[in-house]
Design a protein around this ligand. Structure first.
Ligand code: AMP
Ligand code: MG
Length: 488
């Protein structure tokens, strides 16, 4: 089925506990990601047969897999837990895909493990389908992310605030190694394990560093640069992860754990959707600050590897953490320039972008539509954009500055508009459409809305008649009261 080659299990036996998935009564394959299956070297036709439901529910462990629950610690909302770990997930193993990239295949919702604490180890159908949709949307948007390979209904009932159908998600990732994986060993004083883990991550995610004396510092830099680029992409899309705990930040630079995440509609830097984020710690505008804070926690675990002399280690680590804001800013600003249709960098560009966002904020304009309609404006159709604003004089004043700036680049307006439409999506996973798809699946066993939404999300930069309903913002009152939950 898959050609497993399980380096994590082999090289880091202390970082997980061998464990078997729970048996479920009536596994039914709901959705399979054919393209991803092929990428992993598997035949979708085989996976769609009876074998697929058995394997993706956890009922049968495929040949070559070595299921294990990964250990990790983590800061959750700033408070440290020395032991979290896979409480409802299992790594089945790794495959080298058709492009030569090593990928983890893991189950989520596969039953209790030694790390389950009070939890049932299960996942409900709604959150499984939600992660499927958002992960695949992010991938289509060009954002590094874990992927969804399959969703299976288990035939079980899981108890949350009400009884819900159970499900298992099969997740594919460059690796599932998190900042919290390093913290797990560091807090126990197991520096040899931290070293082994760091060597493993270097060979998987930063192979160019292998064998270099300064490779551990290089690793920290590499992770920080990947996170800078990733969070800048989130920010430019109005994406709010919602639970940026250190156990939810990967070393690979992929977005992981789509729990309480959401895309904002009316632009608001303070936007928070998660029901448990009372202080707004993970609000949209805080995300780069939190990424840096999390990287500092990673840096602490690496100190003994950075230099023999503790002060020197701290100095080297601090240099990286202090460089992060500039790396982030570069990524965020270059993303904005592309969204504005600019190909050169000029001194006034940051102010131009900031003033645009300030305008969206004061007038509570849908951020995704505003950027999209700005592309139309470049093509000579400003009316759809102007319709989004109440104070059109303020918009017109800004547009005059923007047009002047575009003129300085001297590019053909049609080309500019085409390129802007390749970076300013029309379709994002809007909260009301996601909820609509999940409700149909959970309450009526109807995956039609899920399929139609997914199909739309897979071509986010198109804008044809079929896509219109996915590009429209939710009614204002729905968004204002929208809350997301962690309960997978
Ligand atoms: P998350 O908020 O999804 O990143 O999960 C945080 C921690 O809670 C991880 O250690 C999970 O494995 C654990 N966890 C979440 N839900 C469950 C559950 N239903 N059963 C067992 N552990 C869980
Ligand atoms: Mg997590």
């Amino acid at each position: 089925m898959f050609s497993f080659d399980n380096r994590f299990a082999r090289e880091l036996p202390a970082a997980g506990v061998a464990w078997q998935p729970a048996q479920v009564p009536a596994p039914r394959l709901l959705r399979l990601n054919d393209a991803l299956a092929r990428e992993l070297g598997a035949d979708p036709a085989v996976l769609r047969g009876p074998e697929g439901a058995q394997v993706f529910s956890g009922n049968r462990v495929p040949e070559g897999a070595q299921p294990l629950a990964q250990a990790y610690a983590g800061h959750q909302f700033g408070g440290f837990s020395p032991q979290l770990g896979d409480g409802r997930a299992l790594l089945l193993g790794e495959v080298v895909d058709v492009h030569g990239r090593r990928r983890d295949i893991a189950l989520k919702g596969s039953g209790r493990t030694p790390f389950s604490r009070g939890g049932d180890g299960k996942a409900a159908l709604g959150p499984v389908l939600r992660e499927y949709l958002v992960a695949e949307a992010m991938h289509a948007l060009g954002v590094p992310t874990t992927r969804a390979l399959a969703a299976v209904a288990t035939g079980e009932v899981v108890q949350r605030d009400r009884a819900l159908p159970g499900a298992v998600l099969t997740r594919v990732a460059a690796s599932h190694i998190r900042v919290g994986t390093f913290q797990f060993f560091a807090v126990r004083g197991q520096h040899d394990q931290v070293r082994a883990l760091a060597e493993h991550v270097i060979s998987r995610h930063d192979p160019d560093l292998a064998g270099r004396d300064d490779r551990f510092l290089g690793l920290l830099q590499g992770v920080a640069r990947r996170q800078a680029a990733l969070v800048a992409q989130w920010m430019n899309l109005g994406f709010i992860h919602g639970v940026m705990n250190t156990d939810n930040m990967t070393l690979s630079g992929e977005t992981i754990d789509y729990g309480p995440c959401a895309f904002m509609e009316a632009f608001d830097p303070e936007a928070v959707f998660s029901s448990i984020d009372h202080g707004g710690r993970y609000a949209w505008r805080n995300q780069p600050l939190i990424a840096r804070w999390n990287l500092a926690r990673l840096a602490e675990t690496l100190l003994p590897l950075l230099a023999d002399e503790p002060d020197e280690a701290v100095r080297l680590a601090t240099e990286v953490i202090d460089a992060f804001p500039a790396w982030y800013d570069d990524a965020w600003r270059s993303g904005q320039r592309a969204k504005l249709g600019l190909t050169t960098a000029q001194p006034g560009d940051a102010a131009l972008a900031d003033d645009w966002l300030a305008l969206l904020h004061t007038q509570a304009v849908d951020v995704t539509l505003a950027w999209r309609r700005l592309a139309d404006t470049a093509a000579g159709q400003p009316e759809p954009l102007r319709d989004l604003f109440v104070d059109r004089a303020a918009l017109d004043a800004w547009l005059a500055r923007w047009r002047e700036r575009l003129a300085a680049d001297g590019r053909d307006p049609v080309t500019v508009a085409v390129e802007m439409r390749c970076v300013n999506p029309f379709v994002i996973p809007r909260n009301h459409r996601v909820e609509e798809a999940l409700a149909a699946a959970v309450d009526h066993d109807d995956l039609g809305p899920f399929d139609r939404l997914l199909a739309a999300l897979l071509r986010p930069f198109d804008e044809d008649a079929d896509l219109q309903r996915y590009g429209e913002p939710a009614p204002q009152d729905l968004t204002a009261g929208y809350r997301t939950f962690c309960g997978t």
